[in-house]
Ligand binder design. Structure first.
Ligand code: SAH
Ligand code: SF4
Length: 350
């Protein structure tokens, strides 16, 4: 059986037509799922009995069980959901002054294996389905009774290594009659899979693109991210320029500051030279230390000096406030690690 939460409105329309029903029911079903957030098909009151019966025999609405929920001092909450095949995946809710954003996981494990990232310690076991991504959103909404304003596709996994499912996920959460999360409020982050960046450029939606750059030259980047040997910085930036030309949209470059690795003022200068003239901005993030790796975070004052240098050289940049570090929910700390002390604590509303 298919899960209703995994269907785009277009797919659902087609499936209904194929089964002899009218296409407009797809819109009604979306409203029940995402506006009224009903628990079962029986509650879809304005849908006739025959269609309800058809839906019940062909679709489920099975949610993802919450395995644990942990909240940190800054209000960041990390959810561990259990998949039907027992794998655990993480989803992180962040509360900002401008709204609430949810960080979505796209794969169990990640094959890119960046040298600094906890998520990449586990090789990809499988891709998540669109339903498993949408159910992360619905699970957190139901549990917290919150309205989400932003979605960041930056949890475990490389979204462009699961391209079609991630695109369906975006279509579902963005759809009219559904959650209607604005495309401009959705960000997808990639380690730099060039053919998929070019494919993404062809899509009409105004979704934000973030590129994990993390280094000002190929020597350092190849050390940190072996994907750089496949698509080195020049090739990557060419694809990003194509994306900017085609979409007219600004791109974000993520740059993790690691002590003694990529955080000197010379590195800042090299980075400015690389990005000069591009419609782009740099998101600086101080590295979150991971037990298994020896990389260290750049001290605050050095990070600030790096930031200032970029600004002085005419590059737009922000030094991001880190959220959720106390509960291992910060970038790169996601790896479905369970803390034995919280495992048996029932999840609860605040
Ligand atoms: N796979 C995608 C998206 C998930 S990772 C990507 O790599 O872009 C989300 C972001 O967290 C990436 O920019 C990644 O490089 C960064 N990240 C990984 N490990 C980190 C760590 N230990 N500290 C800070 N950021 C980290
Ligand atoms: Fe995978 Fe992104 Fe982590 Fe690299 S940084 S291992 S691409 S999740």
């Amino acid at each position: 059986m298919r899960n209703l939460y995994g269907e785009t409105i277009e797919n659902l329309k087609q499936q209904l037509i194929d089964a002899g029903f009218k296409a407009y029911h797809a819109r009604q079903i979306f409203e029940w799922l995402y506006k009224h957030q009903v628990q079962n098909i029986e509650q879809m009151a304005n849908i006739g009995k025959t269609l309800r019966q058809y839906l019940k025999t062909h679709y489920t609405m099975t949610a993802l069980p919450v395995f644990t929920r942990q909240c940190g001092q800054d209000g960041t909450c990390k959810y561990l959901f259990k998949l039907h095949d027992e794998h655990l995946i993480e989803t992180v809710l962040m509360r900002h002054d401008y709204g609430k954003s949810l960080c979505i996981t796209t794969q169990v494990g990640c094959n890119i294996g960046c040298a600094f990232c906890a998520s990449g310690l586990q090789k990809r076991i499988r891709n998540l389905t669109p339903a498993e991504m949408v159910l992360q959103v619905m699970g957190v909404i139901a549990h917290e009774a919150v309205t989400l304003t932003h979605i960041v596709i930056m949890g475990t996994g490389e979204p462009f290594d699961n391209f079609d499912n991630v695109m369906d996920f975006i279509d579902i959460v963005n759809a009219p009659y559904g959650l209607e999360i604005g495309a401009r409020h959705i960000t997808v982050s990639t380690s730099g899979i060039v053919p998929k960046i070019l494919a993404f450029a062809e899509r009409p939606k105004q979704v934000n693109l973030a590129i994990s750059l993390h280094a000002p030259n190929n020597t350092i980047r190849s050390r940190l991210m072996k994907i750089n040997d496949v698509w080195p910085i020049e090739t990557l930036l060419d694809s990003v320029k194509t994306y900017i030309e085609k979409t007219g949209r600004r791109v974000t470059f993520e740059y993790i500051l690691m002590r003694g690795v990529n955080d000197s003022l010379q590195h800042a200068d090299a980075l400015s030279d690389l990005l000069r003239g591009m419609n782009a901005y740099v998101n600086l993030i101080r590295y979150n230390a991971i037990d298994e790796f020896s990389f260290k975070s750049t001290p605050h004052d050095r990070a600030k000096a790096f930031h200032d240098r970029l600004l002085k050289r005419g590059i737009q940049a922000t030094l991001r406030r880190e959220m959720g570090a106390d509960i291992d929910a910060a970038c790169g700390q996601l790896r479905a690690k369970t803390d034995p002390n919280v495992k048996d604590r029932p999840s609860r509303k605040d």
